[in-house]
Design a protein around this ligand. Structure first.
Ligand SMILES: [Zn+2]
Length: 115
């Protein structure tokens, strides 16, 4: 196994629970303050939408049909434990879904919140 460069997200100075981590290995994944939407349905429950997540690797392009139509997505995996935490929208084919391109979905049940 090569060297892993793990990015640590800034913590809220007031000590609030502000970082979401991979539940399996507890590496930082995203900031609570960076959540764009909490209303998406994932493979295994509800999800969060983000502009930016950290400590992930992107899988190959795959076409997937959601309730909102066809999208090209990449699965995103934790760099430490390889758990698939969600996906990235590479391309949306329905005009009303274009805003999701380049954004990331994380499955809530695969995350833990660090206070
Ligand atoms: Zn992990």
């Amino acid at each position: 196994m090569g060297l892993l460069f793990v990015e640590v997200l800034p913590r809220d100075a007031t000590g609030g629970a502000d970082v979401l981590q991979c539940r399996r290995c507890r590496v930082d994944a995203a900031s609570v303050g960076a959540i764009l939407s909490r209303d998406f349905q994932g493979r295994i429950g509800r999800t969060y939408l983000f502009n930016r997540v950290v400590n992930i690797t992107l899988g190959p392009n795959e076409n997937r049909n959601f309730r909102t139509g066809l999208h090209t997505v990449n699965d995103i995996s934790c760099i430490c434990c390889q758990e698939i935490l969600g996906w990235r929208y590479e391309k949306a084919y329905v005009e009303s879904e274009k805003y999701k391109e380049g954004k990331f979905i994380l499955e809530r049940t695969l995350l833990s919140k660090q206070a």
